[in-house]
Design a protein around this ligand. Sequence first.
Ligand code: ADP
Ligand code: MG
Length: 445
Amino acid sequence: MTETISPATTERSLTDFSSFNLHSALEQALVHNGFETPTPVQQRTIPASLTRQNLLVSAKTGSGKTLAFLLPTLHHLLVNPNYYAGTRALVLVPTRELAQQIFLQCQQLLEGTSLKAGLIIGGEDFKKQQNLLRKNTPVVIATPGRVLELLTLDTAPFENLDTLILDEADRMLDMGFSEDVLTIAKQCNENRQTLLFSATLTHAGVLKMADKVLKKYELIALNTLRDELPNIQQQIVLADDNAHKQQLLAWLLENETFEKALVFSNSRLQADALCDPLRAKGVRAIVLHGEMDQKERQRVMRLFRDGVVNVLIATDLAARGLDIKGINLVINFEVPRNGINYIHRIGRTGRSDETGLTITLVKHTEWNLMAGIERFLRQSFIRRNIKELAGKFQGPKKLKASGKTVGGKKKTETKKDKPEKVKVRHRDQKNIGKRRAPKEKVTAE
Ligand code: ADP
Ligand code: MG
């Protein structure tokens, strides 16, 4: 798994669709339908997708995700024609209505080309849809249930697939399509490109599905963490060293109010080392190991679930797939290795209308990693001081007057003071999401 998110790209000024050098038929269709300025998710996704890499894209509903995947996918098919390949692009969506909507948009874009699109959804004629696959329809938009039914009858219709798109993956998971999607994905060409779209990243199953279906991918996250998890407070507490961190951890577990707490460490050894000192202080803690056998793991989980213990110490690996209600405090004893792990960890708390608190303990060697995660998530964490245990490390020293940080790049203000602002010029922004009146259709006869 790779994550490459460059904050610079969010500040890039907005250009128009012609900068992507799309196939002329697509360019004409965009003009014809009044699409002028790409939305931010289109700005980021289209060029990345044109390089044929796997992408996980999160952006709110209404942000323009449909064109973000249709344009690069159709462009690829148009510039690399292959009339005998069968289905070359498959879009899986949760509902029939959505499939119909995407189908229409697809047809609009393909007007004037010989590329055909087809719809495979429940409630419509089965035979016709079977024929559609047999006739090698290059672009198929479908709901998972009906595709599975057809797959039991047909032999490998997706073995030459160039692109698999999972749209509204979070909703597909909510609707119980997870297994179906995985089964279909397994029957698709292994060398395909896969694009996964979701309105949220913090949905429990989305990252898991991405790991299974995309394996290696680039993440394009348009939402800030605050958009995604408004009920979870994100704090950092600075620490001098691990001994200081242990004192802070014990203090937090003794002084915070919580039902259940999850403590993360980056290594199993560290997780082990944390448990006994906490127990000695009367904290009801237990460690969950990655290598525990199933029986032992279940015993630990039961103790935690039933509230016999209320603090679970775990590594990222051990906590995979953990689904327990009532966790409203997550403490990162160490800064997680990357932003994805951070999301995995905090995704365990503050679900739906519950509130939660995440506290990350940061020592000087972890400062840059933490700052990177803040940039990645486009959110500044709240700096918290615990007076009783104040340490020496107060963040990177500023060189007076120059505004430089020691060992870091020039900064005019520290991250912790102000939330990061994304610069978007008003004149660039005012056209986003608005559509120009469609141009009169000119037909030369
Ligand atoms: P999402 O899938 O992210 O919920 P959609 O792709 O359905 O969003 O797009 C939402 C609306 O925005 C649609 O009506 C679509 O036609 C419109 N739209 C998408 N991209 C643009 C754009 N670049 N300029 C103007 N309108 C757009
Ligand atoms: Mg959509």
